[in-house]
Design a protein around this ligand. Structure first.
Ligand code: ZN
Length: 254
């Protein structure tokens, strides 16, 4: 069954030394939890790969399973906490950044508006930690229903802006909030990206779904999220709390 061979793509956002008082969307993973999760990855059941390793594993599934870490938005906390930890653990990552927000904050979220986004200098140092920079639209605007000019701004121009900031044109794209329509998908493909990621909805190489790792995850739920087919199972389980509890219980034993 193909879904059992899909490499897992994890999606992180922000990090912190301790759980923040204010985290309305559960975006922040503490240093302690990230260390736990990297420990799980270090057991050898999964091999953390970079983009090339991921694409290779999609074409030729193998054991142990391949796993790709992605991080959205480009928060300063990635540079302060996650990047050195990932590098020390030998875990590469993709970091999706909206170039129009570089050096500012997460002002697109009214309820969580003050989270610092890396400046250009910090961003340019990320590849030294094994982190490849990808594109996250221009300014994190949701791309559903955009005009041609808006789509161009959020794909072609965003790609050029990131190339100017980092010296390398980004190969990858992640839709803000994971949301896209066919026109957005076509614009991303035409802009020269090799692959694009959504959150929930799969639509081929330009909308690959990911598994969200957030503030609510402990070691058990993290292990569950590494389970192949988790994304599909969870969507099914969403409609039945009994099934959801069962999935969770099974996961304790994987
Ligand atoms: Zn985002």
């Amino acid at each position: 069954m193909r879904i059992l061979h899909d490499p897992v793509v994890l999606m992180y956002h922000g990090f912190a030394e301790a759980a923040p008082d204010h985290d309305p969307f559960s975006l922040v993973v503490t240093r302690e939890r990230l260390a736990q999760q990297l420990g799980v990855l270090g057991r050898g059941e999964h091999v953390a790969v970079d983009l090339d390793g991921y694409l290779d594993a999609v074409a030729r599934p193998r054991r142990p399973r391949r796993m790709l870490v992605t991080i959205d938005d480009g928060y300063q906390s990635v540079a302060d906490i996650a990047a050195p930890m990932l590098a020390a653990a030998g875990v590469p990552a993709l970091l999706f950044v909206p170039p129009g927000r570089v050096g500012t904050t997460s002002a697109w979220m009214d309820e969580f508006a003050d989270e610092a986004i890396m400046d250009a200098g910090t961003l340019a140092r990320m590849p030294a930690f094994g982190i490849e920079i990808g594109c996250h639209g221009w300014d994190h605007a949701v791309m559903v229903g955009m005009s041609d000019a808006e789509l161009r701004r959020n794909t072609v121009e965003a790609r050029e802006a990131l190339a100017d900031l980092t010296g390398t044109p980004p190969r990858t794209f992640a839709y803000p909030e994971g949301r896209f329509d066919q026109r957005a998908l076509d614009a991303v493909r035409r802009a020269g990206f090799e692959v694009a990621f959504s959150v929930h909805d799969d639509a081929g190489r330009f909308a690959i779904s990911r598994v969200d790792v957030n503030a609510t995850d402990n070691a058990a739920t993290f292990r569950l999220k590494l389970f192949p087919g988790y994304r599909r199972l969870w969507r099914l389980a969403d409609r039945a709390s009994v099934l959801r509890r069962t999935v969770r219980r099974v996961a304790q034993h994987i």
